[in-house]
Ligand binder design. Sequence first.
Ligand code: MSP
Length: 698
Amino acid sequence: MSKPKFYITTPIYYANSRPHVGSAYTTIVCDVIARYKRMCGYDVAYLTGTDEHGVNIERAAEKAGVTPQQLVDKNEKIFRELWKLLGITTTGFIRTTEPRHALAVQNLVRRTMRLSPDAIYKKKYEGRYCIYDNLYVSDTPEPADCQICGRPGELVSEENYFFRLSAYQQKLLDLYQSNPQFLYPDFRFNEVKSFVESGLKDISISRKSIKWGIPWPDDPEHVFYVWYDALTSYMSGIGFVDGEHDGPEFKKYWPADIHAMGKEIIRFHAVYWPAFLMAAGIELPKQIVAHGWLLFEQEKMSKSKGNVAYPEPIVKVLGNDALRYYLLRETVFGQDGNFSREALITRHNADLANGLGNLANRVLTMIGNNFGGIVPDRLTEDKALEQNATHIKEAAGRYFDSWRFSEYLQEIWQLISLVDFLLVQKKPWARVAEPQERAAVGSVLYEAAEAIRFATVLAHPVIPDATQKIWEQLGQTGRLADVRIDELKWGGLKTGTKIGKPEGVFPRVDKKEALERIETMENEIRNPGSAQPDTSTTTTKTTAEGASTGTSAAGTAAIPAGAPGAGSPAGTLGASAAGTAATPAIAAPAKIGIEDFAKVELRVGVVKSAEKIAGADKLLKVMVDIGDEVRQVLAGIAPSYAPEELVGRKVVVVTNLAPRKMRGVESNGMLLAASAGPDGKAVLCTFAEDIPAGAKVK
Ligand code: MSP
């Protein structure tokens, strides 16, 4: 029998900047759903992509001094790489600059004009438009702010093609009425219903003053409004051509079972999109699933606000699973949630390292040490754990099916607690040496291992890397992803199975150190070239995936030997123990011209005061007089200098470095220092002769 199909999409991402944790949230959630559905026997198509047209891309490219195409080519790669790093199992990726997509968009509008001749008409538009959210903010020229981001809309006055949305009001209300599951969660569905009930205005679906877009068929002075263009990607990405000559993938997977997205773009999906499809005579998606925002420092995480956390450093320090687990466990899906790196590390240590990881390791080690690595017999008549596990599996399934991921995970971790409790109660380690207890102890370990197998299968969609490892350590063969959650039954672990080598899958991390490492890497993403890796604190960590990553602690202002500047011929950038340790985190310096060097503004500074920063072992907050002002600079020199010995000292300050925050404290510059060898301490650059604060160093 062929498998039932399931088609899920994320929004396609604006390719004007790199993704942050907030944007990755949608993709991670969809990946969890896609994996889960596969494990329930569905044939899943999962699409994402990049939204590459529109004025925001045009302007971002202009700012970067590149063409729009160059900009989107660069950013599209960043998205693809991130999805790979996060273990995202998409089956398709669509870029709106692809010819197959442009054709689909043009054909959709042609089809609409043919089937619903009144649906599209031309009219002069005058109103306000938000270039960041691509939203028509108001239909009058008076100043108006964007409802999504709050920024002022720009005046647009031009002839446009309009879509007669007003004619679809009743049809949309009928759709909502006949399909009460159309939008999740309910409270957002109610908002949409009220919006539609209050009356719909026709919307412009073309732009004349913009060049970077898909040309309107037979009227190339116009390009498509980006949302009409972007929404069509859900179909073009799986082979839609024109509704008559579509590819097999489209025929198989359309309509989408789920379009998932953040709350700010519900209206486009739950109002405009179904209306566009109705007018084109195409089947409607089955469900719109909307999540809340990830907030950071109390506001929506967004690049324009500067309050973003990036996924890559988190994955490098804690592993992919930790980020995925945290996002699903900590946030109530559908509502806004706070993102905090501290909470993320706490969850990692408590639930993953000390919870599942530690439990699996203890049980498997006991089986390894006492039963020759062979899964012992189950003797017990006490079926409490089996019943609990079965009950938990069913409850978890109900939570998952209603998109309550946090509760889904709580159920699984409830099972982990029950096994912990069983071990505390039965104390197998204390009894195993007694020959008459061996069989009973073996049975306890069987129960524990079988419950771990259950937890591993259920948790796999959320934490795929570690669960696959535990699966192998349990002596199971094949991909855990191929195991069926819906067929999971107690007793699947066979007595006599040879287990694998027990190994920890979630190394516990030191909170302070992990935070510092994440922040350093994030600063490097924000201001490329701004991280100042310090060989004295460089550590090589094994991530949860077992990958070895050379990274360095944050807040270090020391320039390591071998880094650009250290050991420069004229010695103007500070001394170095030339030829000593190479720094793994820094590529061999390329030669730069004097004009590049001249970009760095260096000045003599005199330290006015210095103090430690709470919670950061390596950082000092240094107030330094640079002639015309006193600057606050954070330097990772606490292991080398006591704060009081710095006061009055002359130092070299990089004064034109972009400000950055570490531990929430702003640093406005950098102190130059040298260090030698992996354990070398930072040695500040200073002057033997007298020189006033503010003098230029060159
Ligand atoms: N390009 C449009 C979507 C077109 S779909 C036909 C777009 N792109 S986006 O890059 O701005 O957003 C992509 C996804 O990231 C959306 O689901 C959005 O809600 C999500 N998020 C971006 N920032 C977010 C948070 N801070 N928190 C949670 N999700 C957020 O919109």
